[in-house]
Design a protein around this ligand. Structure first.
Ligand code: NZQ
Ligand code: ZN
Length: 385
């Protein structure tokens, strides 16, 4: 196991009725900006519950943070924060609202060009406004990590940043608030969480037994509970298990002391930036092909995954590996997320465009062994057609 430095200061309030508790977690004198997306929170009652909880606070609002939040929109919120002397942010929504709010929190206190926060991956973030979240879509893990992914529409760039300054102070996870999710977002969330585990688990073995067992536990839970969230959308326990799985998949715990991959995500971000596919759609397309192309480098972990997650421990090794990848692909489709570029009308021309974008953004040595060059990415994309 590698050395590590684990840090996670986010307080989690999990369960039904927890939104009411946020009043006690935000300083009474704070000038709060509540950020949200396109209005789902108004249709499912979350908006009213949050406003009721904050009845004693000064609260302003910024609506319209879009899926794959844009720099252009978020800079409007930064201007509002400055003009209204906001000193606490509250993100209410999915990963896009949470990510967007992290950027607002950092950009509001940043001197100089705000895009540099993304261009430099968060290294220049020296301070950020405090913020909390009320999560309505289990998927990204953003509610308990220090990462955000922001898109600059003008240049079709989707970039991420990471900083210890942008962990939420608290996050409310009420599984009953996910009952209203469209099936597409339920599927997306489960696939995204699954891919997060795979990016940290399916690499090379370093004898990190606890991380491996945690990772396998999350994968098995998503495989068992994910389909039930589609077939029994009002089942609270199913939603609770999916929600906590997604948080644990990317709150840092399973990623400590182990090599991490993230090449599937890097290629996926270019697909979203160029063709506006949902984040999880890109992962369902890329991950199975990535595992096939990098089968040799990942061989030991693929065999472990086949045995412990899919119960495949008989027969020849290559057969077991292929069966495990095929089951992964089937699971994504079963969750309603398609797995081929062609399913979205993309073809060879798109492969060229994605490879060119990876090169332009310096994404030329990806993966746990830095061996995913543009040529390897091309192979993965071609296998995904
Ligand atoms: O905008 P509203 O009206 O709120 O509707 C949203 C949106 O249209 C809707 N929704 C959310 N909760 C709902 C609901 N509809 C009904 N009932 C509810 N309870 O769902 C749609 C999608 O929301 P979005 O926030 O975009 O989805 P998600 O949580 O999957 O976030 C995706 C973004 O997170 C980034 C992705 O790249 C993408 O930009 N990621 C962030 C990560 C991180 N911060 O660590 C890691 C991930 O790998 C990922 O890259
Ligand atoms: Zn993801």
């Amino acid at each position: 196991m590698f050395n590590f430095d684990f840090y996670n200061p986010t307080q989690i309030l999990f369960g039904q009725g927890q939104i009411a508790a946020i009043a006690g977690l935000i300083p009474p004198q704070a000038r709060v900006l509540m950020t949200y997306g396109g209005g789902s929170i108004k249709r499912n009652g979350v908006y009213d519950e949050v406003r009721a909880a904050l009845a004693g606070h000064t609260v302003l609002e910024f609506a319209g943070i879009e899926p794959n939040p844009s720099y252009e929109t978020l800079m409007q919120a930064v201007a509002l924060v400055k003009s209204e002397r906001i000193d606490f942010l509250l993100a209410v929504g999915g990963g896009s609202v949470v990510d967007g709010t992290k950027f607002i929190a950092a950009a509001a206190l940043h001197e100089g060009e705000a895009w540099d926060i993304l261009a430099k991956g968060g290294k220049i973030v020296e301070a950020a406004l405090p913020f909390g979240t009320v999560l309505t879509l289990p998927a990204t893990g953003s509610e308990m990590n220090g990462s955000a992914v922001i898109t600059r529409k003008a240049t079709q760039e989707k970039r991420s940043f990471m900083s210890r300054k942008v962990y939420p102070k608290f996050s409310v996870l009420d599984p009953s608030k996910t009952f209203t999710l469209p099936l597409r977002q339920v599927g997306n969330g489960v696939v995204d969480a699954f891919a997060h585990v795979m990016e940290q688990y399916l690499t090379t073995p370093v004898n990190a037994s606890v991380q491996d067992r945690f990772a396998e536990g999350i994968l098995l839970t998503l495989i068992e509970e994910g389909p039930k969230a589609l077939s029994h959308p009002d089942d609270y326990d199913v939603r609770a298990n999916v929600m906590w799985s997604a948080t644990l998949a990317l709150n840092g715990l399973i990623g400590v002391g182990v090599p991490q991959d993230w090449s599937t995500h890097a290629i996926g971000h270019e697909l979203t930036a160029l063709y506006e596919l949902d984040h999880a759609q890109t992962l369902a397309i890329i991950l199975p092909s990535m595992l096939r192309v990098r089968k040799q480098a990942k061989r030991a972990k693929l065999l472990q995954y086949a045995a412990r997650v899919w119960g495949l421990d008989g027969g020849d090794e290559d057969g077991r590996i292929e069966a495990a990848i095929a089951r992964t692909e089937f699971f994504f489709r079963h969750m309603g997320v398609k797995t081929r570029l062609a399913d979205y009308g993309l073809n060879h021309a798109s492969v060229d465009a994605v490879v060119a974008a990876l090169e332009a953004h310096g994404m030329t040595a990806l993966g746990e062994q830095r061996e995913v060059t543009p040529a390897v990415s091309r192979k993965v994309l071609e296998l995904s057609l």
